[in-house]
Design a protein around this ligand. Structure first.
Ligand SMILES: Cc1cc2nc3c(=O)[nH]c(=O)nc-3n(C[C@H](O)[C@H](O)[C@H](O)COP(=O)(O)O)c2cc1C
Length: 153
């Protein structure tokens, strides 16, 4: 099974979550700013960022625009934010506008606040992120089990 975890993070909160997901899946989290466009076959693309000024960061928009969509089977999205208006709906829309399929299983938590909620993502958030990564992979296998018995993780 080919998986990659990409993120954008201005102040480090989403990076913390991306790294939890990545280590759970024995992978490294990749920063979209330092990465070349996706042009390799992927069974699952994990993609995460936060919401800035009610929008996706331009770096993430640019990364999504340059994905070779023929190579990616499905996307799993995650976000950190200062309130419940996270980046998930925006990420989903941007990916679906490119014809990519986004699974219903998502993750979000609070990011580092300036005046309060300073300690997020905390240990509970990290644990939830690890469980999220496992759920996505279980879901993938349960779906793939019916269609593709040759997948090896
Ligand atoms: C300039 C600025 C604009 C922000 N705009 C929003 C916003 O529109 N909605 C929101 O939920 N959070 C907003 N936030 C909070 C960040 O999304 C939140 O802190 C997030 O966890 C940061 O993640 P990152 O450090 O991984 O980029 C904003 C933060 C800053 C500094």
């Amino acid at each position: 099974m080919n998986i990659e975890i990409y993120y954008h993070s201005k102040r480090g909160s989403t990076k913390i979550i991306a790294e939890e997901i990545a280590s759970t899946l024995f992978k490294r989290a990749l920063d979209v700013v330092e990465s070349t466009p996706i042009n390799e076959p992927l069974d699952m693309l994990f993609l995460g960022c936060s919401r800035y000024m009610n929008n996706l960061p331009k770096e993430m928009k640019n990364f999504i625009e340059n994905i070779n969509v023929n190579k990616v089977k499905a996307c799993a999205i995650f976000s950190t934010s200062s309130n419940s208006k996270n980046a998930l709906p925006l990420l989903k829309l941007a990916l679906e506008n490119r014809g990519l399929s986004v699974i219903d299983e998502t993750f979000s938590c609070l990011g580092k606040g300036i005046l309060f909620k300073k300690n997020h993502p905390d240990e509970e958030d990290k644990n939830n992120a690890r469980n999220y990564a496992k759920r996505v992979i279980s879901l993938y296998f349960s779906l793939a089990g019916e269609k593709d018995k040759e997948i090896i993780f």
